[in-house]
Ligand binder design. Sequence first.
Ligand code: HEC
Ligand code: HEC
Length: 468
Amino acid sequence: MSPELDHSEVFLLPREAEVVEQLSAFRFSTTSQSSPLPFEIARQQVGKTWFFDPRFSQNGKIACATCHQPNKNFSDGMPVAQGMGQGARRTPSLLNVNFAHWFFWDGRADSLEAQALGPIEHPLEHGSNRMRVIHILRMWYRENYETTFGPWPEVLSGALPPDAMPQRDPLLLSPKIATYALASFQSASQLHEILRAAERLHQPVWQRVPAHTVSAAPSIPKAWLDAWHQLPKETHHAVNQVFANFGRGIAAYERTLIAVDSPFDTFVQRAQKETPIAQAFTPQFSTREYEGLRLFLGSQCHNCHSGPLFSDQQFHNIGLPIKKGETRMDIGRAAGIILAQSEKQFSCKGPYLNRKSPSCDELEYLDRENLEMVGGVKTPSLRNVAERPPYGHDGRFPTLRSILEHYNELREEAGIGHREETLRPLGFSSLQLDQLEAFLRSLSSPISEVHWPHYPRDEQDSPPPKIE
Ligand code: HEC
Ligand code: HEC
């Protein structure tokens, strides 16, 4: 412990103590319920095997676990993901994902179940399609599937094309959002290219924007689209149902991945009993971490990194400049809102994944014209943050210190959109940065696989949707 601090005087203001209590993992315990039912455990187990199975991918080599690696905090340690191709964003950790509301950096999926279906059909990730999933399940998992989800649909027992999937909706940005994204984009050479393309194609410039974003609809092989088109409606429906259950299984496994027992949480628990606060210190959470906590509170980090996840589950633009070498625009949540609302099959409002959730209540009220969302990404959880470099949605910060230095100086202009006004440079000394970093390091916990019931029980028994 540092000699300059008189421990009898260490204290938190009542308002700070309240925030700290909300950051601690004990908040999670209010959500835990009775023990899981056998079918729930079965889902978690079969979902786990699917998570690790590379056969669902185009080349038979990529599993969810290729990028979300258990020994790397369910991330991959790389700046941007590498699947069938190279993505534009960093692989987020899956720890505590059970408590999240929106999924992907831009929140384009409103449930974990729906999210799991995205990578399968993304040309840069698994590069596969839902029909291939049907074949793999039918060949290798039919029995597990049936014990977990009920009878295998009759129409999926006969001959089926090897690959098939429907066309994806294009990203339809409003003129207001597209124009604003263009006007705020800091790359002169890219702007020039977009202007030239608009001229060549006789299109208004703003209409060219979607094609130049990282959210542009990826191109799907025409043969897969044609094969889908030729199938009867009944088959579409059955494929979608099984595909949704595939998402349910994987999500059930992901929901077991929990890390909530950090030195910070132990400190909070002890501090509720001990006075003065210094008696609540432990070797892993002592003066340095405590000073860091006070800096965290004093700089309003908890405006966004709030609650036991250290994330408000909202979207913010912290004003990162354009990443070196990146030519596309990442308009973040502004596209995520449109993609979430235009998802017809697997959104919580669609026929296949009828989950009730806070995001579902919000979904139809999201403002598609909100300029603040241009360049906004989901506030990442800070739990286990020290264990999984690099940082930022595009992995540009190799170390924890380097992103803290960004917050310390806020020197450059936002690459797209504008930095949220509440953010001010911290102006911390290097000792203070050490303390803040030490605090963030105290948020690491061991990872456990917790089997528990996690979805409304009635979802399982909801009647199958009608086909018109
Ligand atoms: C090629 C690497 C790669 C593969 C394979 C992959 N992911 Fe991801 N995952 C990513 C990246 C990158 C993101 C963020 C993408 C974005 O925001 O646009 C992501 C996002 C997620 C998220 C959202 C987390 C959050 O906090 O918002 C979940 C959950 C997830 N993946 C689960 C899965 C599952 C389940 C699979 C297998 C079906 C899978 N991933 C396969 C790279 C991968
Ligand atoms: C206005 C909301 C907001 C505030 C205030 C804020 N953050 Fe963040 N933070 C974010 C968002 C959003 C990201 C992701 C940014 C990105 O990748 O583009 C982020 C990223 C981070 C990361 C990297 C995590 C990762 O997985 O990549 C760290 C560490 C972090 N913030 C710490 C802090 C600290 C410390 C403070 C206080 C000095 C703070 N943040 C204040 C919203 C905020």
